[in-house]
Design a protein around this ligand. Structure first.
Ligand code: 3HC
Length: 294
């Protein structure tokens, strides 16, 4: 199927980026959020990213305007009715995702494809909540979706070959590097990356190094673009807890369990960059490690 119109459910950290790259690729995009405030915030981020690209001379203003014009923000599932593909990027909570798929399944064209951008939940569990499991796949993008080259394409138990092929074709059209991943918890990247971030938090709890030194260590010693604690803040500490809970249950290994520090921070409402505070305080010009005492 040739994609012309894509629905994106969720306009948060991942959803706004997915909506942006799809619109940049020339597709009509309908992006749905639960309230106007969230929707405005997400579209504001797209506008800001496009504005930066124009400032840097990487995009003409007219092209940036055209990208924005291709994105229709909505609060109604009904506006996604004639999409060829719907990608969900809502909170990492199975009950909420199932509720959403049931609502969407009734309104979106029967021959449209569905994809979940879940970080850790089973694709098959979500597919089973719809009447189109053969048209259902996992498409796992990475944050920031506008920049990160990878797309994991996940075949679930009942995904059809055409749906999986659509995932690879979409990745190619978006200029992504695609890999096939099994429908296990965390697929390939989070299966390896999440225990690494959790271990960095445990290393900090054990006094192995300060927040800054752990991050600098991995950046300067292993050439990572971000240290693991900056990355945890970037992914979102609430999301990290949600993923680690799913993985700890699935794998039964201590390495996947959320450390106490992480849970305490999330309980206190410190979700990382998105709330302005995590392992770093983001309220000033530059992030300041919270263990620095400044
Ligand atoms: N949105 C859009 N574009 C962005 C962006 C954002 N949030 N952040 C940075 N960029 C763009 C910049 O505009 C710049 O574009 P240009 O090259 O065209 O000028 C380019 O990215 C590089 O940005 P900067 O020069 O500002 O900064 P860096 O060179 O430090 O790069 C980074 C920023 C790309 C975020 C880099 O630090 C990085 O790769 N970090 C690691 C990110 C990572 O590991 N992501 C995966 C997280 S795990 C995940 O998403 C899975 C989930 O399930 C949990």
């Amino acid at each position: 199927m040739e994609i012309k119109k894509v629905g994106v459910v969720g306009c948060g950290l991942m959803g706004h980026g997915i909506a942006q790259i799809c619109a940049q690729n020339g597709w009509e995009v309908v992006v749905r959020e639960i309230d106007q405030g969230q929707l405005d915030k997400g579209i504001g981020k797209v506008r800001k990213q496009l504005g930066r690209a124009v400032e840097k001379g990487k995009l003409e203003q007219a092209d940036a305007d055209a990208v924005l014009a291709r994105i229709t923000p909505t609060l109604e599932y009904g506006d996604l009715a004639d999409c060829d593909l719907v990608i969900e990027a809502i909170t990492e909570d199975l009950d909420r995702k199932l509720e959403m798929w049931e609502a969407l399944d009734g309104v979106v064209r029967d021959d449209a494809y569905f994809a979940t951008n879940t970080s850790s939940l089973a694709v098959a569990d979500q597919a089973a909540a719809t009447k189109r499991p053969e048209r259902f796949i996992g498409l796992h993008f990475f944050n920031p979706a506008q920049v990160m080259p990878l797309l994991e394409v996940v075949r679930a138990e009942r995904s059809g070959d055409d749906a999986v092929q659509l995932g690879f074709d979409l990745g190619e059209q978006l200029g992504k590097t695609t890999v096939a991943a099994a429908d296990n918890r965390g697929f390939i990247v989070n299966r390896l990356l999440v225990p690494y971030m959790l271990d960095a938090i445990r290393a900090h709890e054990q006094g192995v190094g300060s927040v800054q030194d752990i991050d600098t260590g991995m950046m300067a010693g292993a050439s990572h673009p971000m240290g693991p604690l900056t990355l945890a803040d970037f992914v979102g500490l609430d999301t990290l807890v949600a993923i680690s809970d799913v993985m700890a249950e699935a794998y039964g290994e201590d390495g996947f369990a959320a450390p106490d520090t992480l849970r305490r921070m999330v309980d206190a409402g410190d979700f990382g960059r998105k709330t302005g505070r995590g392992f770093y305080d983001y309220s000033g010009e530059e992030p300041v490690p919270v263990d620095s005492g400044s």
